[in-house]
Design a protein. Structure first.
Length: 297
């Protein structure tokens, strides 16, 4: 487990499994005793004691203990840290919109990847503009629904640096199964350095021929690349797209070839994706645009 919440839920699960195992053996043992070994009438007093012990005292003790342990564990989870990091995550058909608060207080947009500092309590503000999605990073915390028209807060504390997989856990349309994301848990210093870098405008030259083609073909109406004229809000922000772990929400690697594949065969890669394929462009132009995007580290 790489998160406090997932760790505590796993401990609770194993406690319930063991307790259920012991109870199962006790019940089965008693049944075997009653049907096989014991013959003839049982003394009334012995029967009464067994009914009281097995039917009242033992269940009260065991169930009371398990309820207490459960309530105690759950009350320690999902307690927000008012000063802590907040990240807004919106589930959309079929990708993830992510926004951090930058070092200067302005929002920093990203997509399909969430970076978090290890050992800190983080509050994720979960929402959706279209249908119900469900946000789940199994190794770090329990899942929570993303419901149109409201913001659900998921509090979690990642404990171990590493890269984890997150998924959408609620059927949300054709490409529900193609809606994943990476969670990169970093040491707090490295996270702060990364966020400062992420807040910067695009690094590539604004004279790049790929940018001119990107704008000419209208890509900037849906996608933003900070520091350029592209400021669309419909699709993922591409300012640092090449620094992410995947393309298309966890389905393709971030390479020039994959970018070309995405631009020309969008709906084969992701059925019903909102982005139309741009296979009408000459191959050389697609390669130039993909080359530009692949340089946006
Ligand atoms: Cu989003 Cu399933």
């Amino acid at each position: 487990m790489a998160g406090r919440e997932a760790g505590e839920m796993a401990s609770l699960l194993w406690l319930l499994v063991w307790a259920a195992g012991v109870i199962w053996i006790l019940v089965l043992g008693t049944a075997v005793y009653a049907t096989g070994i014991s013959r003839g009438p049982v003394d009334d007093r012995v029967a009464n004691v067994m009914i009281l012990a097995g039917g009242v005292f033992l269940p009260t003790l065991v169930l009371g203990g398990l309820v207490t342990w459960t309530v105690w564990t759950m009350s320690g989870l999902r307690v927000p840290d008012e000063q802590g990091l907040r990240v807004a995550v919106s589930g959309e058909q079929w990708w993830w919109r992510v926004a951090y608060e930058g070092p200067d207080g302005n929002p920093v947009a990203s997509a399909n990847e969430i970076r978090l500092p290890a050992g800190e309590t983080v509050t994720l503000e979960l929402s959706s503009p279209d249908v119900i999605h469900s946000f789940w990073i199994p190794s770090i915390a329990g899942k929570m629904d993303m419901i149109p028209g409201r913001v659900n807060e998921l509090v979690l504390e990642p404990t171990k640096p590493g890269i984890y997989r997150g998924v959408c856990a609620e059927y949300c349309g054709t490409s529900h199964a193609l809606m994943a994301f990476s969670v990169v848990v970093m040491e707090p210093d490295a996270f702060a350095a990364w966020l400062a870098e992420e807040a910067r405008p695009a690094s590539a030259s604004s004279a790049h021929e790929g940018l001119a083609l990107f704008l000419e073909n209208g890509c900037g109406a849906c996608h933003a690349i900070r520091g350029t004229e592209a400021d669309g809000r419909v699709g993922p922000d591409l300012t640092h797209v090449a620094s992410r772990k995947s393309l298309g929400a966890g389905i393709l690697p971030v390479t020039q070839a994959a970018l070309e594949e995405w631009i020309t065969h969008t709906r084969e890669v992701k059925p019903d994706a909102r982005m139309p394929p741009y296979d009408m462009l000459p191959e050389a132009e697609i390669a130039t645009i993909a080359g530009y995007l692949a340089s946006l580290k």
